[in-house]
Design a protein around this ligand. Structure first.
Ligand SMILES: Cc1ncc(COP(=O)(O)O)c(C=O)c1O
Length: 281
């Protein structure tokens, strides 16, 4: 497998990151995961925009990573993946410096790592048909969830809790409001309206979330970006998670309680079909 590090393509197994890298020491770093469908990279510009947003807020020495789009395309070609399903992983850190909390001065060059791995959509496709089980967990994350940083300890712990409860995803709850999943955004259908948490510093602005809201407009489905309260969640007719790997996946049980008798609903189905079409454009 060929990967990319700081301007060079090389075998992934030969990549070394110094232990002084601030990504390693402090999680002082950002990442992106982009879905590659055979022949088509899904919304690379939106992913780079989000990466640039984080880089600006972290005041990295580079805040425009649009140069990585040709790198990603080159990696797909070099790894002979053009006609396969794949995931692109981009990881950008503040760079290397002796361990000290403040930003190093002068600012080091960022460390930029990109790799591509084959992705098997089969199991995910099955879950999109049958739906997944989810649990709710307290949102113990920090208050800058809008930046896709690699500081994912809370997400790891929550997802592990889901696994230990025979569930696939955990939905974070902050002050009685369902915010988002550990690696997904969360939506609920109330009275034929798709509701999702408003963009804020408490959730990640998902590329899939944005696409799905756009598809709702195309399909004439009403949407609202407003809080989803745990106290009202039993009134929802459908629950959905959205994400780069999950696409549009129905939740059929939440904390063990069936949603819609445990079967995916019509709004989810319509959005899944529309999403499939959108992938091709
Ligand atoms: C916390 C969180 N929310 C939402 C998402 C969904 O974002 P996207 O649709 O861009 O994959 C992710 C994706 O990894 C995530 O980690």
């Amino acid at each position: 497998m060929i990967a990319y590090l700081n301007g060079r393509f090389m075998p992934k197994k030969d990549i070394c990151i110094p232990v002084d890298d601030r990504g390693f020491l402090f999680s002082d770093s950002l990442y992106e995961v982009i879905r590659y469908y055979p022949g088509h990279l899904f919304r690379p510009d939106a992913h780079i925009r989000r990466l640039n947003h984080g880089a600006g807020h972290l005041a990295l020495s580079c805040t425009d990573f649009s140069c990585l789009i040709p790198v990603v395309r080159d990696l797909i070609r070099r790894n002979d993946m053009a006609s396969r399903d794949a995931l692109v992983y981009i990881h950008v850190t503040r760079g290397c410096a002796p361990r000290n909390h403040p930003f190093p001065s002068p600012a080091p060059d960022p460390t930029i790592y990109v790799c591509v791995t084959p992705f098997d959509p089969g199991a995910r496709e099955h879950r999109r048909k049958t739906g997944i089980q989810a649990i709710t967990v307290p949102d113990i994350r920090w208050a800058r969830c809008d930046m896709k940083t690699t500081g994912l300890t809370a997400n790891v712990l929550a997802n592990q809790q889901a696994v230990e409860n025979n569930a696939d995803e955990a939905i974070f709850v902050r002050d009685g409001v369902l915010m988002e999943g550990t690696h997904s955004n969360f939506m609920a259908v109330f009275d034929n309206t798709v509701i999702t948490a408003p963009l804020s510093n408490y959730i990640l602005g998902g590329i899939t979330r944005e696409t799905v809201l756009d598809l709702c407009r195309d399909l004439g489905i009403r949407t609202a970006e407003s809080p989803i309260y745990t106290s009202r969640i039993h009134l929802a007719s459908e629950l959905i998670v959205t994400g780069t790997t999950l696409e549009v996946t129905p939740i059929v049980t939440l904390d063990g309680r069936p949603v819609r008798n445990g079967s995916p609903g019509p709004t989810t189905r319509a959005l899944q079909a529309a999403f499939k079409k959108r992938i091709l454009f």
